[in-house]
Design a protein around this ligand. Structure first.
Ligand code: BGC
Length: 907
């Protein structure tokens, strides 16, 4: 093991390099501390000075003595967890000399590395969007509800936002803006029942503030789903306390969550109060730019308190969803908590318990909470909530959560060796995927996954095409969950038909933004934060969303062979979507081809042609390629259905034999524009637009990701330039393998020159600003196709940490980006692991990044359980049934439970 040892002093960082643990240092660095820079920036200097040296771990000589972390140091009246910071910077475990003394170096390093792979930790108190982003990342939930990882002792204010969301519970409010009635449908922020705090001597209850909060450490344990927060508090009165809280969702009885709140008076004995609330006065205020709208969705109807238990019931204002929350306060080790004082407030209820405490002793309180609503098959009756509450305990919540996560990690973990950051972030992404959806698997909820999970209020909790980026992961690990998400769309087929009819088309046109009913929930106007003006928003013209849903239907069927699903729901959805596109495609006498106009591709910078009053664009390449794919896929899938089953689906979709013929004709004649080097135009006329000098814009503005806003502020429009927010023309290469896309383009009647793919990738990369988190992940795949492995790794790495570092500067505060999280999981297994589920058999062509020495994961594909273990040299695969598989270009016959190992050459 090669080591660095470090000592962080107020004026310098003293570092030595040891080629082996017991060998003397071969290099010494004294890096002066720059007081002008932050501690983090100073630590960056270590990275620079140590560049080129190889080391596996760091030992910190002067870590402070804290129960939650051994790598915190004090520097110039400030403290930092050097371990967390250096692990992020150098991707190595950092241990303290004290721990090394206790455990020995090898064990100390092993234990720390293991810990880092399973925890998401933050040390210190942050403010504003930075703290709000951490709250989103520390959300606990079970797919029924999401509970932001806010401090229990906080109410919504500029630094804290304790949001609570239940999947599928939406409410609409209408607000007058510029004399227009603007209606918005929000995922409702339900009453806050996580609130708990303490007080001393009946003085003002403690609230989060930076004078009293001396230290705080938050740790989300991905193995158990428990979020632990430890605070060291010094009140202005001189009282010192340690407060440790644990919070988790019940992953089995998904109406429940539990909190354990432990208070230790450090330097006093006396009187302690514990306060617990259900606060029904909350509004949706997580996204400040929405605050011009009416964000009040709750109407409290009843409050009850009985000894240790309180209830709050209410109804959402216009959707009339009833809800009841119940909370019970108890203590596992204090026999009688004495009298509870319950104070009913107009919009909430507060319980207070008072007790005499001794210095140095820990007092434990449990708060169990039950939330129920009248949405879908849910039941908010008080007596049911009470009965559930009586069965709840902190311990049984821990048991249910630990069991769920153990089973989930068993089936869906992606294990990476050689790279702590990748490992931790992939697990964080798996964790949030299930926090956002787990309970939907029960079939008792009517919900799909919102673009921002159940973690915040951006995009108002709406469901977008982002589903497509997460569904493959669910399908290959928990197919029933994927199916239930698709049924959310199936149930909204009538609404999608209505949308199509209203727009003058046949079939089904799914909305760009979907919420409760499945009608269009996109806004008509969008606030430009630079100009503070309301600009029209045509994003609803991203009609490709229906094709993305069709893709999800196909992928689910392809990976599961769930014929019953295809017969009863899938084919009807596909035909209904096809009918829409048939009516949208228009024959052009002049070209002898079909055209589709009035649409937008995924690139949201292009809403229409410059100087045109017609919204939308013509012949968006992604849309047209996907329409051709849909039409050929329906033809192929039709053969899997009996005539009877097909007729039933066709009848339900109102799909005639004439339309079936039209599909055939249109798919051979849809228009693309392709230039001489094979570059596919994003839409008709794209090549006529001027380009932008990104270098100049970067010099002027730094970050140009949101070039649309920059251009609008300059009085220009992105519509007029070859500039893209995200992947568009090349999206099909993310969805399918290259031969499939080539075939589709051939079906459409076009020839592509050699090297066309490289030309396309380079062309569009040079024009893309990655203004959406969904961009990097697609280009990582494209770069890999183009054998730009370093660039692919770079884009993947950025995508992997995009919420952790909140790379869009504040958007994580408003919820995680579930699409990119899901896509990183697919990329790890499909592109780096090389296991492609896109063909009829799995094919394996690993392309492991240099940073990963080993990758392990499982897939459930067409009823067969596979286990893959990939190193830089070989792939080992085991399946539980006989199966054909292709590894590194050769076909093998797997025998049940007999491992097959094949060597391959990594590029
Ligand atoms: C992206 C869309 C995405 C939406 C919701 C937008 O910024 O451009 O592609 O669907 O966010 O995540």
């Amino acid at each position: 093991m090669q080591l660095i040892r470090l000592r962080i002093e107020n004026d310098a960082m003293d570092i030595s390099y040891h080629p082996a643990p017991d060998q003397p240092a071969t290099a010494h660095y004294l890096i002066a501390y720059n007081p002008e820079q932050s501690i983090g920036e100073n630590l960056e200097n270590i990275k620079v000075r140590l560049a080129g040296l190889k080391f596996d771990a760091a030992v910190l000589d002067n870590g402070l003595d804290y129960p939650f972390s051994d790598t915190i140091v004090g520097v110039n009246y400030d403290r930092i967890d050097v371990g967390l910071a250096l692990t992020n910077l150098l991707n190595i475990p950092v241990v303290s000399q004290t721990t090394v003394r206790r455990l020995g170096l090898v064990k100390a390093v092993q234990e720390k590395a293991h810990y880092l792979r399973w925890h998401l930790d933050y040390y210190g108190q942050y403010h504003g969007v930075r703290n709000n982003g951490q709250e989103a990342m520390l959300t606990v939930g079970n797919g029924y509800f999401g509970l932001r990882g806010a401090f229990l002792e906080s109410h919504a204010d500029k630094d804290n936002y304790p949001g609570t969301y239940v999947a599928g519970v939406f409410d609409q409010q209408t607000t007058k803006v510029h004399d227009h009635d603007v209606t918005n449908e929000d995922l409702v922020n339900l009453p806050n029942a996580q609130f708990m705090t303490f007080g001393v001597d009946h003085q003002t209850p403690f609230t989060i503030n930076h004078h009293d909060l001396q230290d705080v450490y938050r740790s989300l344990d991905l193995k158990t789903g428990i979020l632990t927060t430890t605070k060291i508090i010094q009140l202005a009165s001189g009282h010192q306390l340690r407060v440790k809280s644990q919070k988790l969702a019940n992953m089995h009885d998904w109406h429940r969550y539990s909190i354990r709140y432990q208070v230790t008076p450090i330097n006093f004995s006396g009187s302690l109060q514990i306060y617990s609330e259900i606060d029904g006065s909350v509004v949706n205020s997580n996204v400040s730019r929405y605050n011009v709208f009416d964000q009040q969705h709750l109407h409290t109807l009843g409050i009850e308190s009985h000894a240790d238990t309180v209830f709050l019931s209410g109804q959402t204002r216009t959707s009339h969803v009833n809800y009841t929350l119940g909370a019970k306060l108890s203590s596992p080790d204090i026999k009688s908590l004495g009298a509870f004082d319950s104070q009913q407030q107009p919009q909430g209820v507060r319980q207070t318990v008072s007790l005499a405490v001794q210095a140095g002793q820990t007092y434990t309180f449990d708060k169990n909470v039950v939330i129920a609503t009248s949405n879908a098959q849910d039941d908010p009756q008080l007596k049911k909530v009470r009965a559930e509450l009586n069965q709840s305990s902190f311990d049984n919540t821990v048991k249910a959560s630990t069991a769920y996560w153990a089973q989930t990690w068993q089936a869906a973990d992606i294990r990476v060796q050689g790279d702590i950051t990748s490992q931790r972030m992939l697990r964080v992404n798996v964790y949030h995927s299930f926090v956002s959806a787990a309970a939907v698997e029960s079939g008792q909820l009517d919900a799909s996954v919102g673009a921002r999970g159940l973690h915040g209020e951006a995009y108002r909790g709406h469901v977008f095409w982002d589903e497509m980026f997460i569904l493959p992961f669910y399908t290959l690990h928990r197919p029933e969950l994927a199916k239930q998400l698709l049924l959310y769309r199936y149930r909204r087929l009538p609404a999608a038909r209505q949308n199509a009819t209203d727009a003058g088309f046949n079939g089904a046109m799914y909305p760009w933004q979907s919420a409760h009913k499945g009608d269009e929930q996109s806004q008509f106007t969008h606030l430009n934060p630079i100009t503070k003006t309301w600009d029209p928003d045509n994003s609803r013209l991203q009609r490709h969303v229906s094709l993305d849903i069709a893709y999800n239907v196909w992928f689910y069927y392809h990976a599961t062979r769930d014929q019953d699903f295809l017969n009863r729901y899938g084919m009807e959805m596909l035909l209904s979507i096809a009918a829409f596109w048939i009516s949208k495609a228009k024959y052009d006498q002049q070209t002898g081809r079909y055209s589709i106009s009035g649409v937008m591709g995924p690139d949201e910078f292009h809403e229409n042609y410059p100087n045109s009053t017609d919204p939308g664009l013509t012949n968006n390449a992604y849309t047209n390629i996907m329409v051709t794919w849909l039409f050929s896929t329906i033809k192929a899938l039709r053969a899997t259905l009996s005539d009877h089953a097909y007729q039933q689906a066709a009848q339900a979709a109102n799909f005639s034999a004439v339309q079936a013929d039209q599909m055939e004709t249109i798919s051979h004649k849809l228009t693309l524009e392709i230039n001489h080097s094979g570059v596919i135009a994003q839409f008709a006329g794209y090549f006529n637009l001027p380009t932008l000098d990104f270098r100049k814009y970067r010099q002027k503005y730094g970050n140009i990701a949101r070039m649309d806003r920059i251009l609008k502020a300059e009085g220009k429009t992105p519509d007029a330039y070859q500039v893209a927010k995200q992947a568009d023309a090349l999206m099909a290469f993310y969805n399918f393998d290259v031969p499939t896309v080539q075939n589709l383009i051939k079906t459409m009647g076009y020839q592509l020159p050699k090297e066309y793919l490289t030309h396309n990738i380079q062309y569009y990369l040079a024009r893309t600003t990655h203004g959406s988190t969904l961009s990097r992940i697609v280009y990582a795949v494209l770069d890999q196709l183009d054998e730009n492995y370093d660039d692919a790794w770079q884009l993947f790495s950025e995508a992997l940490v995009s919420d952790y570092y909140d790379i869009q500067g504040g958007t994580t505060a408003e919820g995680i980006h579930l699409g990119v999280m899901g896509a990183t999981l697919t990329l790890a297994t499909r592109n780096f692991g090389g296991v492609s589920p896109l063909g009829n058999h799995l094919t394996v062509n690993p392309q492991l990044p240099d940073q990963w020495s080993n990758l392990h994961f499982k897939h459930l594909f067409q009823g067969v359980h596979y286990d893959f273990d990939v190193t830089q040299q070989a792939v080992r695969v085991v399946a539980d049934q006989s199966q054909e598989i292709q590894v590194a270009g050769k076909t093998y016959q797997l025998k049940p439970n007999k491992p097959l190992t094949v060597a391959y050459v990594n590029n």
